[in-house]
Design a protein around this ligand. Structure first.
Ligand code: SF4
Length: 275
């Protein structure tokens, strides 16, 4: 393992996450029910979005993840803020959007405003899509979304969340393979009060095992920021399993990586930006 590169992404204040819908979400996925929006800064107006961007720049930050809650069709109204995003990019910041199911026109509008990265949550199990995500979508719609973003000139960054079962995982990997996508952001369900995940904890070895399988089959894995921080051994196990980028690692993990001969580099941005 000695000398291998390990990239540590620190996106706290230097690349904050903002929600263009505040705490509102109509999709209400079973594992989130909009709760995760409370960890983001609410920027529902053009002024508040610009103010947060300028605060980030003044602090020495490099960009924003612009996200929010979705409508019942899985669309996050990020493109409604394209003018503000254009100003943010022209002022020297980078933007990653989590826009959900958007059409070609919206994707093009976002690309024209300077967006490069589009975070895409990938699911392929029909039951998960319907019963957990509450979406009237087919598995093929995820492939179409990836194509739409690419045709508009954007870079789709696939996110795979572990905890939705093997069928969803394996079919999602097959989709990414068929699209020639090598980079994956891996997330893992977090126990969230008021949702079906409350009181359930992911198994560290199962997460690491999935990452090992992905790495062995040629994927380049990033351990993204949505994961259960109470799983103290998770980060190191995921690195041992092949993850070579990790969002917001603990100090103990950084020490371990240095002591174990990794060539550690840091990136003060959202982990999607290096992909
Ligand atoms: S669409 Fe996003 S914010 Fe809304 S419930 Fe699902 S994961 Fe949470």
């Amino acid at each position: 393992m000695g000398g291998e590169r390990l990239i540590l992404c620190y996106n706290g204040k230097s690349f904050p996450s903002v929600s263009v819908t505040g705490g509102r979400c109509a999709q209400m996925c079973e594992h989130c029910r909009g709760r995760h929006l409370s960890g983001m800064t609410a920027t529902e107006t053009l002024d508040s979005l610009l103010a947060e961007a300028r605060r980030t720049k003044a602090f020495g930050g490099s960009g924003l993840l612009i996200s929010g809650g979705a409508d019942t069709g899985g669309r996050v109204p990020v493109a409604d803020h394209a003018d503000a995003i254009g100003r943010i990019v022209s002022e020297g910041l980078e933007v990653n959007v989590h826009a959900g199911f958007i059409d070609r026109e919206e994707a093009e509008r976002l690309v024209r405003s300077g967006v490069t990265r589009f975070s895409v949550d990938v699911h392929q199990d029909r039951e998960i899509i319907r019963d957990f995500m509450h979406l009237d979508k087919e598995p093929e719609d995820y492939g179409r979304l990836i194509d739409t973003i690419r045709e508009a000139g954007g870079i789709p960054v696939p996110h795979i969340t572990l905890g939705f079962g093997e069928k969803d995982l394996f079919l999602s990997l097959r989709l990414l393979e068929s699209k020639g996508m090598k980079d994956i952001i891996v997330l893992a369900l977090v126990p969230t009060p008021g949702t079906v995940t409350e009181g359930s904890t992911m198994n560290e070895d199962a997460v690491a095992g999935a990452i090992m399988m992905m790495s062995a089959t040629g994927f380049s894995v990033t351990l993204g920021c949505m994961r259960d921080r109470t799983l103290r051994g998770l980060e190191i196990k995921c690195i041992q399993a092949g993850a070579r980028r990790i969002a917001n690692p603990s100090a103990g993990t950084v020490r371990w990586a240095e002591e174990n001969g990794f060539s550690v580099e840091t990136d003060p941005r959202c982990c999607c930006m290096g992909i």
